[in-house]
Design a protein. Structure first.
Length: 199
């Protein structure tokens, strides 16, 4: 039994509907309000890591300490690693390793190579990494082929040092910094190319 609002997929969507001007061409085209066909909106679900680990070096930074405090305030235990290496992520199978890594957040210090900014034309002058990895499971994700090792979400505790280093790159890019048409935009930075920004 079909509902009276059901759409017959064999019929054009714009039957017996008044025409309106097309945005681009101005040609009058039939339109139809499809809002009633959309599924009801669902509230977003926040990612909560199943395991949070911190390296000793991360705790030497005020931002790292703030992250630990915030995580603990959520009732999540923070495991202090003995060394500045991530351990305990690999499982018996690739599937188990993937599942463990995707549910783990590591509070770490960014490697020196991440603080040397790379050009990222055409979107911005420079790429600046604030974190690495992502808890999502998007099938189209390019990170899966771009990052090595298990896909742990790494949050950089040395954020203050990363941001302080940006001034040295001002005026040195090629997308906006030295482009006569876009110079008024100043130097542009793309943040979190290797992760979705983490709240």
């Amino acid at each position: 039994m079909t509902s009276p609002d059901a759409v017959d997929v064999d019929q054009p969507l714009a039957v017996d509907v008044p025409a309106a001007p097309h945005d681009a061409s101005g040609e009058r085209v039939p339109t139809r309000d499809l809002a009633g066909l959309a599924p009801p909106a669902r509230s977003a679900r926040r990612w909560t890591p199943g395991r949070v680990v911190s390296t000793p070096a991360a705790l030497d930074h005020p931002h790292g300490q703030r992250i630990v405090e915030r995580v603990r305030a959520l009732g999540i235990e923070v495991e202090q690693l003995r060394a500045n290496r991530l351990t305990g992520v690999r499982g018996q199978t690739d599937r188990e390793t993937y599942a463990r890594a995707k549910s783990t957040m590591a509070i770490v210090v960014s490697p020196p190579s991440r603080r040397v900014l790379q050009p990222i034309a055409p979107s911005a002058d420079w790429r600046v990494d604030l974190a690495e990895g992502c808890p999502a499971h998007c099938q189209y994700c390019y990170l899966a082929g771009s990052l090595s090792g298990p896909p742990v979400t790494r949050v950089y505790a040395d954020l203050d040092d990363i941001l302080a280093g940006l001034a040295a790159y001002a005026g040195r890019g090629t997308v906006t910094s030295r482009n006569a048409r876009r110079a008024d935009e100043g130097t542009t930075f793309e943040a979190s190319c290797y992760t979705d920004p983490l709240g």
